[in-house]
Design a protein around this ligand. Structure first.
Ligand code: AMP
Ligand code: MG
Length: 320
C-alpha cells in the first residue's frame, strides 16, 4: 500500500459533524461511518473515483463487490428488483443487519466496481441513527465495506478505524461502539429461493422464521469474496479455537462462567448477543498483547454460528 497521505479528521455525531461528513461524501472523499454492525468505509457509490478510493484505502481485491447502503426501501427498489421473499425479509429486518443481493435495474448509475461488474447488487439499510442521518443528509447512495485494511479484524470503534486506516481516509464520524458488532447477514436469491450467502448479525433461525422455509446455501460460487475466503478477519497473532485449557504462553478469551482466569471474556454469562457485540473489540485487544490467542468454545446456535464463522476465518492458515 502507498504511504499515508492525509490527516484523518474525527467528526462528532452532531448536526455539524454529519453535515460535514455529507459534504465530504459529495466531494468524492471517504468517510468511516458508524453502523450497528461495524464501522463502514463510505464513499459515493455513483462516483467511480470515490469507489476506486475505497478499494485502494483498504487494499481490497477488485473482484470483491461492495454493499450499497441506503436510507429507505424505495431507494433500494429503484436500484434492484427485490423478489417477494426479499421484500418480506426487508420489512421484518430493515433497517438492520441484513443485506439482500438482487438483480440490478437499468439506469442504476452505480460505478461498475461497486458490483465487481456483476448484474446483481448487495443492498442494506443500516439502523444506526448516525448512519441514517448521514445517508439522509448526503441524499445519494453509499458503498461501504468494513473500515479496516482488507483481511484484518473489523472495526467496532473509531479508535479501531484510526489504527487501521488513519492517514488514508478523510474522516471518521464518531458513533460510539457498534451495538451488533458482527457484519450483516447476506441473503441472495435463486429465483424465489432464498440463500444464506454469509452468516451475520441476524441468526439463520430468525431469518427462516420470517421466510417460513429453510435458507439454502449458495452453490453457484459466482462471487469469490475475501469475506468468504478461509483466511480473513485475521489478527497478527495465531489463534486456536475451542480451547478449555490454554497454554501458559497464550492469551485466553473465555465465553461463559466457566472460564476462570481468562484475560478476556466474550460474555461472562454466556450471552451470544453480548459476545457478538464484543467479539472484534476483544480480538483487537487480545492481539495487542502480542501473544498467541486461544478462544473458548462458543455454541453454534443463534448468533454463535456467525461468531464461529469469524473465529474460524481468523484462525485459518494465511499467506504472509
Ligand atoms: P463486506 O465485505 O462486508 O463489505 O461485504 C461484501 C460482501 O457482500 C462480498 O464479499 C460478497 O460476499 C457480498 N456481495 C456484495 N455484492 C454482491 C453481489 N452482487 N452478489 C453476491 N454477493 C455480493
Ligand atoms: Mg470486511
Amino acid at each position: 500500500m502507498d504511504a499515508p497521505q492525509e490527516t484523518t479528521r474525527q467528526l462528532a455525531p452532531t448536526q455539524a459533524g454529519i453535515t460535514e461528513a455529507a459534504r465530504l461524501l459529495s466531494a468524492g472523499a471517504l468517510v468511516a461511518m458508524p453502523t450497528e454492525t461495524v464501522y463502514g468505509l463510505a464513499g459515493d457509490a455513483r462516483n467511480p473515483d470515490a469507489v476506486a478510493g475505497i478499494f485502494a484505502a483498504k487494499g481490497r481485491p477488485q473482484h470483491n463487490p461492495l454493499i450499497v447502503h441506503l436510507a429507505d426501501l424505495d431507494q433500494a427498489r429503484a436500484l434492484a428488483e427485490i423478489p417477494q421473499r426479499g421484500l418480506a425479509l426487508a420489512r421484518a429486518f430493515w433497517p438492520g443487519p441484513l443485506t439482500l443481493v438482487a438483480p440490478l435495474r437499468a439506469g442504476h448509475g452505480l460505478a461498475p466496481a461497486v458490483t465487481a461488474g456483476l448484474n446483481s447488487v448487495a443492498l442494506r439499510l443500516p439502523a444506526h441513527p448516525v448512519a441514517r442521518a448521514l445517508l439522509t443528509a448526503f441524499g445519494g447512495v453509499v458503498a461501504a465495506p468494513s473500515a479496516n485494511p482488507s483481511g484484518r479484524i473489523s472495526p467496532t470503534t473509531p479508535a479501531h478505524v484510526l489504527a487501521g486506516l488513519g492517514g488514508r481516509i478523510a474522516a471518521v464520524l464518531d458513533g460510539g461502539a457498534c451495538a451488533v458488532g458482527l457484519e450483516s447477514s447476506i441473503v441472495g436469491f435463486d429465483g424465489e429461493a432464498a440463500l444464506l450467502l454469509r452468516e451475520g448479525g441476524i441468526s439463520r433461525e430468525a431469518l427462516e422464521a420470517v421466510l417460513g422455509a429453510p435458507l439454502g446455501r449458495d452453490a453457484s460460487g459466482k462471487v469469490t469474496a475475501p469475506g468468504q475466503l478461509a483466511a480473513h478477519y485475521a489478527p497478527r497473532a495465531t489463534l486456536r479455537l475451542n480451547v478449555r485449557a490454554p497454554r501458559p504462553s497464550e492469551v485466553w478469551i473465555g465465553f461463559g462462567p466457566e472460564c476462570e482466569g481468562a484475560e478476556f471474556s466474550l460474555s461472562q454469562t454466556g450471552d451470544l448477543e453480548e459476545a457478538a457485540a464484543r467479539l472484534f473489540a476483544v480480538l483487537h485487544a487480545a492481539d495487542a498483547m502480542g501473544r498467541p490467542i486461544a478462544v473458548a468454545p462458543v455454541p453454534e446456535r443463534g448468533l454463535g454460528a456467525a461468531i464461529n464463522d469469524r473465529l474460524r476465518r481468523a484462525a485459518a492458515p494465511r499467506r504472509a
